[in-house]
Write a protein that binds this ligand. Structure first.
Ligand SMILES: [Fe+2]
Length: 237
């Protein structure tokens, strides 16, 4: 089994703006297989301001059951893990319900931060998720926030917190950001990568493109580092 883990995907069918059919989900998984991906974390969007948690979980879990049945005939299908991309909100650290949104039954939870400069309260909220609930927030696609906001400050503040950082594959595959991505990976400031794939065409599974770029950027040994970070999550299951 390959050691590559896609930590952020919208492959689960018909639950968010990702895959819109079982057929598309299976095609996306076939692309993952072709690219040697061994583990896929399924992270559909959860927007607490728009949807009840019970309703979301019911839809998500039903889609997962259906997908698991459908992949039985898919040779070398990656191991699938259920999670969610949970949209940040002030006060989320007070909600015991967050435990229902972790990656499998691990303490890790993928959190999508707001697209605006983060303030002290936001950083404190992330810290409280760990302190009050014992969960470890994984900041989803941190690369998205680096352009508009003050990059160095974000990394410095996050490094002081009990959080992990996920970046998207495009951080490595796009010319404009690749060198920066390799620099942060060399410094081990990045813990997980994910394709954040939504379909087979637009925002498609592209883990291989990213790992190839990492190898070409002389950071091949850091693939083992990323693997060890993923292992640290899955060994808690
Ligand atoms: Fe996403």
């Amino acid at each position: 089994m390959s050691s590559v883990t896609d930590f952020h995907t919208h492959i689960l069918p018909c639950v968010d703006d990702g895959s819109q059919s079982m057929e598309q989900s299976l095609q996306m998984l076939s692309m993952q297989i072709q690219q040697g991906v061994g583990r896929v974390v399924l992270t559909p969007h959860f927007y607490p301001q728009y949807q009840e948690l019970d309703e979301f979980l019911q839809q998500r879990d039903a889609a997962f059951d259906a997908l698991q049945s459908a992949v039985k005939d898919l040779p070398q299908c990656p191991n699938l893990y259920l999670g969610a991309e949970v949209h940040y909100y002030a006060g989320m650290s007070n909600s015991e319900e967050l435990r229902r949104l972790t990656v499998g039954n691990t303490p890790y939870i993928l959190v999508e931060m707001p697209v605006r400069p983060w303030n002290d309260r936001d950083y404190r909220e992330l810290e409280q998720i760990h302190r009050k609930l014992g969960l470890i927030p994984i900041i989803a696609h941190l690369d998205r926030y680096l352009g508009p906001f003050r990059t160095k400050r974000i990394f410095r503040r996050l490094e002081a917190l009990p959080v992990k950082i996920q970046v998207n594959t495009t951080f490595f595959t796009e010319k404009a950001t690749c060198r920066k991505a390799l620099r942060y990976l060399q410094a081990e400031s990045i813990h997980f990568i994910g394709s954040d794939c939504h379909s087979t065409e637009h925002r498609k599974p592209n883990m291989k493109e990213a790992t190839d770029r990492i190898c070409r950027g002389a950071a091949e040994q850091k693939l083992a580092y990323l693997q060890s970070q993923a292992e640290a999550v899955f060994c808690k299951m």
